[in-house]
Design a protein around this ligand. Structure first.
Ligand code: BGC
Length: 321
């Protein structure tokens, strides 16, 4: 009799355990989330992805858990497509995707749609056409035009309007992120537009892609400084990662920010905020990774609860000087 009781008890425990694991009716519901980041080795996206993970944790309760699988896209679209296929095979409930190539959004959406798994795209905006590909896809980002405008305004509002060598024209160097990305396109365009809209004369000396990367930013800034020397008034970097590299190049060239050159970035990563305080950088624009990651996670949670989600969810930038 004792043996029988023990067996029955063990059986009940097994059933309870199985129910819990399957996320079914055992009281605890576990949602599966697949996240793929375009590349882990990116200063800004590192802050962003860490916040996605910690924010999901804060939303857990005794009865709701989030099983988040996060993958490194390694800057390789083929690799990222495989990751998405694996998420689909694992039957995740929702995906959060930071595309390696924004132009591949349609391919990813088609796969997600076939499996009926909603997608929250983040940081790299798919085209408007691609965003109309399905009603269960959303984009969370910040308006890149605003960040470019703010960069230009930081320079415009200086006492000399950015013309630090006083020759009557703001001669600039542009360190471009990834030209396929709207963040890079609009920051490049709107930073300068803020100056020309104010009637300030500008001259482009140098514009090259640095892929958002510190080492490349340093190399490009060093080349520009070697080529154009004292002609350069301002170095615009599409992000702080590249601006960090430019700081090194500026120092090596014997130049001093605020005295004979200006440098402005975007993101307000902690290193950039420190650099501004130390006088090594003129300003930056806060790219709110906390606001964006929380908005993306909230959108994912709404999709998982079958609630409606807006197609576009925008988070504001802020000037930091
Ligand atoms: C950020 C960059 C980052 C890029 C990645 C941009 O919004 O400003 O720092 O490298 O996103 O796509």
């Amino acid at each position: 009799m004792k043996k029988l009781c023990a067996l029955v008890l063990a059986g009940i425990m097994l059933i309870a355990l199985a129910a819990g694991c399957s996320g079914g009716d055992g009281g605890v519901k576990t949602y599966k989330v697949g996240v793929s980041i375009y590349k882990y080795d990116d200063n800004f996206m590192t802050l962003y992805r860490q916040e996605i993970e910690s924010y999901f944790k804060t939303l857990e309760t005794d009865t709701v858990k989030y099983n988040v699988t996060m993958m490194d896209g390694k800057g390789d679209m083929v690799e990222q497509t495989n990751q998405v296929e694996n998420f689909i095979a694992q039957k995740v409930d929702v995906m959060i995707i930071n595309l390696v190539q924004s132009s591949s959004a349609a391919t990813i959406t088609d796969k997600a749609k076939a499996a009926n798994i909603p997608v929250v795209y983040i940081n790299r905006e798919p085209s408007a056409d691609d965003m109309n590909g399905w009603d269960k896809i959303s984009y969370v980002g910040a308006d890149a035009k605003q960040s470019g405008t703010y960069q230009g305004e930081i320079i415009r509002d200086l006492a000399d309007n950015g013309d630090i060598n006083g020759d009557g024209v703001v001669s600039y160097v542009m360190l471009v992120g990834d030209p396929e990305n709207t963040d890079a396109q609009y920051r490049t365009e709107y930073s300068i537009k803020a100056l020309t809209d104010a009637g300030i004369a500008v001259e482009k000396l140098f514009e090259q892609r640095g892929d958002w990367d510190t080492a490349k930013g340093q190399e490009l800034a060093a080349n520009a400084l070697a080529q154009f020397g004292g002609q350069i008034d301002v170095i615009f970097a599409n992000n702080d990662g590249m601006a960090m590299g430019a700081i090194q190049a500026i120092k090596t060239a014997g130049r001093t920010v605020g005295q004979d050159i200006y440098l402005v970035g975007v993101d307000a990563i902690p290193e950039a905020v420190d650099a501004i305080a130390a006088g090594d950088m003129t300003g930056t624009v806060l790219n709110d990774h906390i606001g964006q990651s929380h908005t993306a996670v909230d959108a994912a949670v709404r999709y998982m609860s079958s609630e409606s989600v807006d197609k576009y969810l925008w988070v504001n930038y802020q000037k930091v000087q």
